[in-house]
Design a protein around this ligand. Structure first.
Ligand SMILES: NC(=O)c1ccc[n+]([C@@H]2O[C@H](COP(=O)([O-])OP(=O)(O)OC[C@H]3O[C@@H](n4cnc5c(N)ncnc54)[C@H](OP(=O)(O)O)[C@@H]3O)[C@@H](O)[C@H]2O)c1
Length: 215
C-alpha cells in the first residue's frame, strides 16, 4: 500500500487514477479547488489551489507518490510550468516519486523522429498553446530537474480525453516515447489509462522516463 496524492484528482484523468488506486487499497488523497459531486469511497479529498505552495507542500509531504493530473487550461494556462516546477521541487525535497499525466503530442512517431508537437498544423489553433505548454514539461522541464527527483511522464494515446469513450477493456499496451500506435495515434479509455498508470506506480521500474499507454 502506498500513500498517493493526486493533484487534480477530480478531473478526467485524475479521477480515473484516484479510482483505480483506491480500488487497489492505496491510501489516496485528491487535491482540487472544488470537491467532486460523486466522491470515490476511501479517498481523502482536499480542497485547495495548486498555485499555492503551502497547499502543495501539505499535499506532497507524507506521500510516497505524487501524481500531477493538472491541465494547462483556465487560470493555470499561464502558470502551469511554474506550478509543476514547484511540485517537482517539493517532491524532490520530500523524496516523493512524481508521476505526471502528459499529452499524446509529446510522443514521437518513430525512434529519434521529431515529436508530434513540432507539427500541429492538423490540430485546431486554439489548442496549440495548451499542447505546447504540456509538452514543455517533458521536453525541457522534467529532464532539467535534479537527478535526485524520480519522475515518470505518462502520455496517453491521441484519442484520450473527456470527449472520448470510456470503456474499460482491462488491457493496455505500454511504450516509451514512441507512440504505441503511431499510424493513427491510437486510443485509450480513462479506466485503462489508469490501470496502466497505477501498474507503473506499483512496479516502480521506470525512472526519469517518458512512457505511453494505448489500447
Ligand atoms: N489526448 C491527449 O493527449 C490528452 C487528452 C486529455 C488530457 N490530456 C492531458 O491530461 C492532463 C489532465 O487533463 P484532464 O483533461 O484530465 O484535465 P481536467 O479534467 O480539466 O482536470 C483537471 C483537474 O485539475 C484540477 N485543477 C485545476 N486547476 C487547479 C488548481 N489551480 N489547483 C488545484 N487543482 C486544480 C481540477 O479540479 P478543479 O477545477 O476543481 O480545481 C481537476 O481535478 C493534462 O496535462 C492534459 O493535457 C491529454
Amino acid at each position: 500500500m502506498s500513500r498517493i496524492t493526486v493533484i487534480g484528482g477530480t478531473g478526467y484523468a485524475g479521477s480515473a487514477i484516484v479510482a483505480e488506486a483506491a480500488a487497489r487499497g492505496h491510501q489516496v488523497t485528491a487535491l482540487s479547488r472544488s470537491l467532486p459531486d460523486a466522491p470515490i469511497p476511501n479517498v481523502t479529498y482536499v480542497q485547495g489551489d495548486a498555485a499555492d505552495e503551502a497547499t502543495l507542500s501539505a499535499s506532497i509531504e507524507g506521500a510516497d507518490v505524487a501524481v500531477g493530473a493538472l491541465a494547462p487550461r483556465g487560470p493555470l494556462a499561464g502558470t502551469f510550468r511554474d506550478v509543476y516546477s514547484t511540485i517537482a521541487r517539493l517532491a524532490d525535497a520530500a523524496g516523493v516519486v512524481l508521476f505526471v499525466v502528459g499529452g499524446a503530442s509529446s510522443l514521437r512517431p518513430a525512434p529519434g523522429a521529431d515529436r508530434f508537437v513540432t507539427d500541429l498544423s492538423h490540430i485546431p489553433a486554439e489548442l496549440h498553446d495548451e499542447i505546447r505548454v504540456g509538452a514543455a514539461l517533458i521536453i525541457e522541464d522534467l529532464p532539467a530537474t535534479p537527478a535526485t527527483l524520480d519522475w515518470v511522464f505518462v502520455s496517453p494515446a491521441l484519442r484520450f480525453g473527456a470527449r472520448m469513450p470510456g470503456e474499460r477493456l482491462g488491457q493496455y499496451r505500454l511504450g516509451d516515447d514512441v507512440a504505441v500506435q503511431p499510424e493513427d495515434g491510437g486510443a485509450i479509455s480513462a479506466p485503462d489509462y489508469a490501470l496502466g498508470f497505477v501498474d507503473l506506480i506499483e512496479k516502480g521500474d521506470h525512472h526519469r522516463a517518458h512512457v505511453n499507454l494505448a489500447h
